[in-house]
Design a protein around this ligand. Structure first.
Ligand SMILES: *[C@@H]1O[C@H](CO)[C@@H](O)[C@H](O)[C@H]1NC(C)=O
Length: 585
């Protein structure tokens, strides 16, 4: 209980006082203790499925006392579980091959190790915040007696140092021992310190993979999307300018005719629905909550990308996640302002309910899904469960930070942007929607709307998925920023065209259509994740599958809400513009 509270306060203070992971200075004096932290172990083919290192029956070294370790919220959520290895390592002091402990192969340990070796388990450690990966063991196929399982027992650490700082660590696994019941397996380690000329600031570079991320395909796809943007923007402005000019000409000619001629004349097109376009969307509460959350998501995405680009956050364990949570909480007024303002403009009355829905829509989705995955994880005895203290911390942030800030945003939004100021009056009686061709139906427009935006981002999705599910560190946030802008522009252009066709078919239900047409690109992203799962990963089993598709669904939903909002916002500007220039009797 007390430990939980202590931990909670640590987590909370870590979130609010410092966004950075730890307060290590990263400088050592000779013979000063260097801590080797054991982090996680898990199958190579799913980077996200991890268990605590000592969930396998490994043994610890003899050393007991260590300096303290504080975990940040981001680390806790990502399943980082640093535990002291017990190995005695001192700065710039070589250790010859030394035995540090012994494991007795009981029935249970034997089974656990065989399972781990069979599933290509890797483990991860940290020295001075530098990650180190090592493999647990190896299978030797033996055609007669069945496979033999071996485990690596000797860890050779080569540590490079530059003056008083650690700049490079290499791990070599040596000495294979066959796993047999009843055996005693000794574990040994060895540390060699070498002077290195690597600059401390550049020490992380060896983990980055420029060949992968700066591949020609990456540049090519950015270039391609860029051309698409230019083409689309040109196309949209050209078509719309021409068509609109023609429409305006026709409408103003109509004005010169007398009433009888007008009745006989060909009155059709988007002007006909001027009395209905500004009719509130159906389900205004849900709609404004989605738009508010979309603004929120877009703000957070942009802020986190820029902060990461600027602060190289990817080198710090869990700090991107901590930063995202911090920014998400801090940006809550954005959600209230836009969601609340829109709801009020649509004439909504139960604004408190709307605000609650707006504030908790995304947190509930995320927590609900995480809870479900956690539940399956517990069922499968997987220990990547989110700790209780972390859950309480997240709940506290939702209740005591996000909610009040959303309230402030909502009140300001209702006061400043809450008055409906539409260029056309809304008729009392809704106009019937005429029959139209099948491809003008909102459902079809929605499905088609996502194709081009998806086309502009799917190569980037490949890089993002690969860095999330495989051992690559994503660091090209400049590309990501560019793709973010490209996605926004393409989405807005495409939805404007879609809405224009819809309104021309005298269908005024443009709000949901524009939102969904833009959001449907996320549906294609989700479909793409099926392809990625089948052809690019080697995951299997219910746990990994749920994990993968659960998190991908979450990602797609968030992306969908964000794109949908971009589409809606672009379109509503467009709609206001065309209806404010048309003359209405
Ligand atoms: C680690 O390995 C790399 C590549 O093999 C080598 O360039 C570097 O010098 C090694 N570092 C140490 C400290 O041995």
């Amino acid at each position: 209980m007390w430990r939980g509270i202590l931990r909670l306060s640590c987590v909370l203070s870590a979130v609010f006082l410092t966004v950075k992971a730890d307060e290590h200075t990263h400088t050592y004096t000779t013979k000063e203790e260097v801590v080797l932290w054991m982090n996680t172990v898990g199958p190579y083919h799913n980077r996200q499925e991890t268990y605590g290192f000592f969930s396998l029956p490994f043994c610890r070294g003899p050393k007991k006392d260590i300096s303290h370790y504080h975990e940040t919220l981001g680390e806790a959520l990502q399943g980082t579980e640093l535990e002291f290895s017990g190995l005695d390592i001192d700065f710039a002091t070589d250790v010859p091959q030394t035995k540090y402990c012994e494991v007795e192969m009981s029935e249970d340990s034997y089974k656990a190790f065989v399972y781990a070796v069979k599933n290509h388990y890797w483990y991860q450690m940290y020295i001075d915040d530098l990650p180190i990966w090592g493999i647990v063991g190896e299978v030797d196929d033996n055609p007669e007696k069945g496979p033999d399982y071996y485990i690596w027992t000797h860890k050779k650490l080569d540590i490079g140092y530059n003056l008083n700082q650690i700049v490079d660590v290499n791990l070599t696994s040596e000495v294979k021992v066959k796993l047999e019941k009843g055996n005693k397996i000794p574990f040994t380690y060895q540390v060699n310190w070498k002077k290195s000329s690597v600059n401390f600031k550049k020490r992380f570079d060896k983990y980055l993979d420029p060949n992968f991320f700066n591949h020609r395909i990456h540049w090519f796809s950015i270039f391609n999307s860029f051309m698409m943007v230019i083409f689309l923007v040109g196309l949209v402005s050209m078509i719309l300018m021409r068509t609109l000019r023609k429409d305006y000409a026709r409408y103003s000619k109509d004005d010169d005719l007398d009433d009888m001629e007008r009745d006989l004349g060909d009155e059709y097109g988007w002007k006909q629905v001027h009395g209905d376009v500004f009719r509130p969307a159906s389900h205004p509460m849900l709609f404004s909550a989605l738009i508010g959350s979309g603004y929120h998501m877009a703000t957070v995405a942009l802020a986190v990308i820029v902060l990461t680009l600027w602060g190289h956050l990817y080198t710090d364990r869990g700090s991107i996640l901590s930063t995202s949570i911090f920014v998400y909480a801090a940006a809550a007024p954005v959600n209230g302002y836009f969601g609340g303002g829109l709801y009020s403009r649509m004439g909504g009355k139960v604004w408190i309910k709307q605000m609650l829905l707006s504030a908790f829509l995304l947190p509930f989705l995320v927590c609900g899904l995480a809870f479900f995955i956690n539940f399956i994880a517990i069922y499968y005895h997987a220990s990547r469960a989110i700790p209780f203290g972390t859950m309480v911390a997240v709940t506290c942030i939702c209740l005591f930070v996000i909610l009040p800030l959303t309230l402030v945003g909502t009140i300001v939004g209702r006061a400043i942007a809450g008055q409906p100021n539409f260029p056309c009056r809304v008729n009392a009686v809704p106009r019937p929607i005429p029959e139209k061709k099948w491809f003008m139906e909102p459902a079809v427009i929605v499905m088609l709307g996502g194709v081009l935006p998806f086309g502009s981002i799917f190569i980037e999705m490949y890089f993002i998925f690969t860095s999330f599910w495989a051992y690559k560190i994503y660091y090209v946030f400049g590309f990501m920023l560019l793709v973010f802008f490209i996605l926004a522009i393409v989405t807005i252009c495409v939805t404007i065209v879609c809405t224009y066709f819809l309104l021309n078919a005298e269908d005024y239900r443009w709000q949901w259509t524009s939102f969904l047409a833009a959001a449907s690109s996320a549906l294609y992203v989700y479909l793409y994740s099926f392809y990625y799962f089948l052809f690019k990963t080697k995951m299997y089993g219910l746990f990994q599958t749920t994990f993968y598709f659960g998190y991908m669904a979450l990602f797609s939903i968030a992306l969908g809400i964000m794109c949908g909002t971009m589409g809606y916002v672009g379109t509503s500007t467009f709609v206001r513009k065309i209806y404010s220039t048309v003359k209405i009797d």
